[in-house]
Design a protein around this ligand. Structure first.
Ligand SMILES: Nc1ncnc2c1ncn2[C@@H]1O[C@H](COP(=O)(O)OP(=O)(O)OP(=O)(O)O)[C@@H](O)[C@H]1O
Ligand SMILES: [Mg+2]
Length: 307
């Protein structure tokens, strides 16, 4: 079983390095031969048009043979490399389709809504192509009338809570709309019962393997990077069921599902991360998330009959 862990060289900070090393370590403990490589020098489109061999593997930096990996663990959200790898028969964890569906929060909502997953009411934002244009007041008014104040505005490609805003009145909504108008975004009902809290569930192969309550005393966003703290809690069955359902619908091998807590204590899906960090969750709960992921990869590769 030979595989590679691919990362984005623009974004290879301590958290990503830890993630890569932990997964590699657990895979090696299962007997896999694993390299860690930047996603940048993996593949290119040659001029041999007309077949999948137009997608060629770059020679590795050490000059060895062609791309010799049966699987890739993709620690990035780039959508091109996973597609190219899959076209050349490499099993990618997560799959290209699953990464794409998760990367864009609005696409995630559309995919899950079709399956009846409970989520806060959400409206797509209007995309604007003119930096000089003012935000569309009529549409902002429509969103405000439907969702009430405060309401949440999210950039569809945000992460670590950075592209998530709370508008408390119409003036703030227009200011935020101005800020996000050039990138895909959405408007969402603010779930006040969940302010500063959510449940992060890590699912591997469609099963919850670890979870924690994330709580912030200073921000409506509970993200760890914004000062939220993780706490070990029991996972109530409806929360487990919703997280596992979302992971399965989206076809994710591995993901972090964020669940909000509704007024009656019911779960509402907030978002799904195809590339969630597990260090804090492992620290808080003692769970071996990397080990669960490695086990899933080994089982999937055995099933595929690849060594
Ligand atoms: N509709 C909502 N009502 C109340 N709180 C919300 C709502 N949406 C998001 N939040 C809070 O904001 C946080 C960040 O939102 P979200 O998870 O959608 O964004 P993110 O930037 O992708 O974060 P991540 O680092 O998990 O990728 C959530 O974890 C939650 O605490
Ligand atoms: Mg989140």
């Amino acid at each position: 079983m030979k595989g590679v862990i691919l990362y984005n060289p623009y974004y290879y900070n301590d958290s990503v390095q830890t993630q890569a090393r932990r997964i590699a370590g657990e895979l090696r403990a299962l007997g896999a031969d694993v390299a860690i490589r930047p996603n940048a020098r993996t593949m290119f489109l040659s001029e041999k048009f007309g077949s999948d061999t137009a997608i060629e593997f770059c020679p590795p930096p050490d000059g060895g043979g062609a791309f010799p990996f049966g699987f890739a663990v993709f620690l990035d959200k780039d959508k091109y490399a996973p597609r190219m790898l899959e076209r050349r028969g490499v099993r990618v964890f997560n799959s290209a389709a699953a990464i794409e569906a998760c990367d864009d929060k609005m696409l995630t909502h559309i995919a899950l809504a079709a399956h009846g997953v409970a989520m806060p009411e959400t409206l797509p934002g209007l995309l604007c192509f003119d930096p000089a244009a003012a935000p569309d007041e009529g549409y902002c008014r429509f969103a405000a009338d439907r969702l009430g104040f405060p309401l949440v505005v999210k950039e569809c490609y945000g992460s670590m809570g950075k592209g998530v805003y709370l508008a408390r009145d119409f003036k703030e909504l227009l200011d935020i709309a101005e800020r996000v108008k050039l990138s895909p975004h959405l408007f969402q009902r603010f779930v006040a019962s969940s302010a500063g809290r959510d449940i992060r569930v890590m699912a591997v192969g469609g099963r919850a393997v670890a979870w924690m309550l994330r709580k912030s005393e200073t921000d409506f966003r509970s993200n760890i990077d914004l000062g939220g703290k993780g706490y070990a809690v029991e996972l109530e069955p409806p929360f487990r069921a919703l997280a596992e359902r979302a992971a399965r619908i989206l076809g994710l091998d591995y993901c972090g599902v964020d669940l909000l807590i509704g007024e009656r204590g019911e779960p509402l899906l907030c978002e799904v991360n195809s590339n969630a960090f597990f260090a804090e969750l492992e620290r808080v709960t003692g769970a071996n998330v990397a080990g669960a992921y490695a086990g899933h990869i080994a089982r999937a590769m055995r099933k595929q009959g690849k060594k």
